[in-house]
Design a protein around this ligand. Structure first.
Ligand SMILES: *[C@@H]1O[C@H](CO)[C@@H](O)[C@H](O)[C@H]1NC(C)=O
Ligand SMILES: *[C@@H]1O[C@H](CO)[C@@H](O)[C@H](O)[C@H]1NC(C)=O
Ligand SMILES: *[C@@H]1O[C@H](CO)[C@@H](O)[C@H](O)[C@H]1NC(C)=O
Ligand SMILES: *[C@@H]1O[C@H](CO)[C@@H](O)[C@H](O)[C@H]1NC(C)=O
Length: 455
C-alpha cells in the first residue's frame, strides 16, 4: 500500500503530460453524504478535542498555586455540516467537556458546554486531489456547571479556572480541527494514488463546483497499460452531468461519460485482453471444431485432411469495440477477425480461412464495492463474412451456422470474465459504494450510490 502511494506520487507528476484537461467523469457528493460524514465524524472529533490543558496558575493568593486540570471526557452532542455556495463546508459542533480541576482539599468537576464553528474551503490541490482547509474557526462557551460535590467552590475561583480553560480550548480546539482536516486531506489524496491497484487513476481537472446542495468534482482518468500511461484521444466536448439525474437523496451521484467507456475499451483492446483462442478437442462428442466437420461443407478441407484434426479459432480484435449508451440500455459492438486453423500431423497449424465477424452485445452494468462491472449477452445473431480463404470457395450461410454456434459461448464466457473483473470507479482508500443503482442515459451512465467507510 505504501508502495502504491509512492507510485501515485510519481503518476501525479506525469499527469499534466498525459491527461486531457476535460473531465470524463463527474462525482457529485450530495447532502446525504454530509449527514453521513457528520455521523461518522463525531467519534474522531471527540478524540481530537480531548486536548491537554496546562496547569492552572492561580495568581489570586499569596503563593502561586499550580493546579492540575484534566479533560475527563468530551461528548460531541451535535455535529452538523452544510455546503456553502462557491466555497466549501461549514461545520457546527456542540460538545460537553467534563473537566476535573485537581484542587485541594477536594477536586472539582465541571461540565463546560462548547459550540465550535468552522468554515472549510474545498479546493483543487496541486496534484489533482481535493484539498480542504480551515479558513475560519471560533468557539463559544456557555457557563460551566459544577457537578455534585463542588458546592464549596468559591465563585471567584470558579470564574478564574473557567477563564483559564476557555483560553486554552479556544486555541487548541481549532488546531485540533485543522489537524483532523490534514488527516482528511491525506485520505482524499488517495483518490489519485492509493485508491486501488487497478489500471485506472483519477484526478481532478479543475476547482470543485459547490452549491448549497452538493459539491461536484470534475475528474479525468488516466489509464495504464503495463504500468505506462496510454494517451487517449482528446474529446473536445466537455462532459457535464445534468442536475437531476439518479436517485434523489443518494449520497453520491457519479456520471461516467461515453469517453470513459471508449477509453476503458481501448485499454482492453490494446492490452490484447479481448483476444482469445477457441480450441477444438477431438475427444469430445459434440465438438464441431474438427476438420471432418468443416470438410462436410468445404471439400478442400476434406481433401487436405482425410483424418479428423482439431481446429482452432484465433479471435483477434484489431479495432476497438464500440460501446453505445442509449436512453435505457447499453450495447457493445465487436468486430473481431477470426482465423480458422487446423493442426496438421506435425502439430503445426495451417491457416484454412479467416472470417470478419460482427456481433452486437447488450451490456448490463453493475457496481460492486468500488468497481463498475459488466455482463453481456448476444443481441441478434453473430454475422460472419469470409475475409480470406486458403481452401477455395466457402458458403457463408453454412459457415455462419457452424462457426457462429461454436463461437458464441466461449466469446461470452471470455468477455463476461473480463468485464466481471471490472474497472475501478473514483474512490479513496477504505471507501465503498453501497446499494448502488446504475442508470444508462444517452451518451453517459449515472451511478447513484450510498458510501460506506470501513474503519
Ligand atoms: C451538556 O451540558 C449541559 C450543561 O451542563 C447540560 O444541560 C446538558 O444536559 C448536557 N448534555 C448532555 C447530553 O450531557
Ligand atoms: C465526445 O464526447 C461526446 C459526448 O460524451 C460523444 O458523443 C462523442 O462521441 C465523443 N467523441 C469522441 C471522438 O470520442
Ligand atoms: C436500446 O434503446 C434504444 C433506444 O431507446 C432502442 O432503440 C433499442 O431497441 C434498445 N435495445 C435493447 C437491446 O433494449
Ligand atoms: C449491430 O447494431 C448496429 C446498430 O444498431 C446495426 O447496424 C448492425 O447491423 C448490427 N450488427 C449485427 C451483427 O447485428
Amino acid at each position: 500500500m505504501a508502495q502504491a502511494c509512492r507510485l501515485g506520487l510519481l503518476l501525479a507528476l506525469l499527469l499534466p503530460v498525459v491527461g486531457a484537461s476535460l473531465p470524463s467523469t463527474v462525482v457529485r457528493l450530495n447532502k446525504a453524504m454530509l449527514s453521513y460524514v457528520s455521523e461518522m465524524g463525531k467519534a474522531p472529533l471527540q478524540r481530537a478535542l480531548q486536548v491537554t490543558v496546562p496547569h492552572f496558575l492561580d495568581r489570586s493568593g499569596v503563593v502561586l498555586q499550580p493546579t492540575r486540570v484534566q479533560i475527563l471526557n468530551v461528548q460531541v452532542l451535535r455535529l452538523q455540516l452544510k455546503f456553502v455556495d462557491d466555497f466549501g463546508v461549514r461545520l457546527f459542533a456542540a460538545a460537553n467537556f467534563t473537566i476535573k480541576v485537581f484542587r485541594v482539599p477536594e477536586p472539582l468537576e465541571l461540565v463546560l458546554p462548547v459550540v465550535l464553528l468552522a468554515d472549510a474551503r474545498v479546493d483543487q490541490g496541486s496534484i489533482g486531489t481535493p484539498v480542504v482547509s480551515i479558513s475560519s474557526c471560533f468557539s463559544l462557551f456557555n457557563n460551566a456547571v459544577v457537578l455534585d460535590g463542588g458546592h464549596s467552590a468559591a465563585p471567584a475561583l470558579l470564574a478564574r479556572v473557567q477563564k483559564h480553560i476557555k483560553a486554552v480550548l479556544r486555541n487548541k480546539m481549532c488546531l485540533s480541527v485543522s489537524n483532523l482536516v490534514q488527516g482528511l486531506n491525506v485520505h482524499l489524496g488517495t483518490l489519485i494514488a492509493c485508491g486501488s491497484e487497478s489500471q485506472i487513476r483519477y484526478f481532478m481537472v479543475n476547482k470543485p463546483t459547490i452549491t448549497k446542495d452538493y459539491i461536484s468534482l470534475d475528474i479525468n482518468a488516466v489509464l495504464f497499460l503495463l504500468g505506462k500511461p496510454i494517451v487517449l484521444p482528446v474529446n473536445a466536448t466537455r462532459f457535464t452531468l445534468p442536475e437531476h439525474v439518479g436517485t434523489n437523496g443518494a449520497m453520491a451521484t457519479v456520471g461516467l461519460s461515453q469517453d470513459l467507456f471508449d477509453s476503458a475499451l481501448l485499454l482492453l483492446q490494446k492490452a490484447g485482453s479481448l483476444n482469445m483462442d477457441i480450441t477444438g478437442e477431438l475427444k469430445s462428442d459434440d465438438n464441431l471444431l474438427t476438420t471432418s466437420v468443416l470438410g462436410q461443407i468445404i471439400p478442400e478441407v476434406a481433401r487436405q485432411f482425410p483424418e479428423p484434426m482439431p481446429v482452432v479459432l484465433k479471435v483477434r480484435l484489431g479495432g476497438t469495440p464500440v460501446a453505445t449508451l442509449h436512453p435505457n440500455n447499453a450495447t457493445l459492438q465487436l468486430q473481431p477477425l477470426v482465423e480458422v486453423l487446423a493442426s496438421a500431423s506435425n502439430s503445426a497449424f495451417h491457416s484454412l480461412f479467416s472470417l470478419d465477424v460482427a456481433v452486437n452485445l447488450s451490456l448490463q452494468l453493475s457496481v460492486s464495492k468500488v468497481k463498475l462491472q459488466g455482463t453481456t449477452s448476444v443481441l441478434g445473431e453473430v454475422k460472419l463474412t469470409v475475409a480470406s480463404s486458403n481452401v477455395g470457395f466457402i458458403d457463408t450461410d453454412q459457415i455462419q451456422a457452424l462457426v457462429g454456434n461454436v463461437f458464441e459461448k466461449p466469446l461470452l464466457d471470455h468477455l463476461n470474465a473480463l468485464l466481471g473483473m471490472g474497472v475501478a470507479l473514483p474512490n479513496v482508500v477504505n471507501l465503498h459504494y453501497v446499494t448502488p443503482e446504475v442508470f444508462v442515459h444517452q451518451g453517459y451512465v449515472v451511478i447513484s450510490s450510498g458510501l460506506f467507510y470501513l474503519n
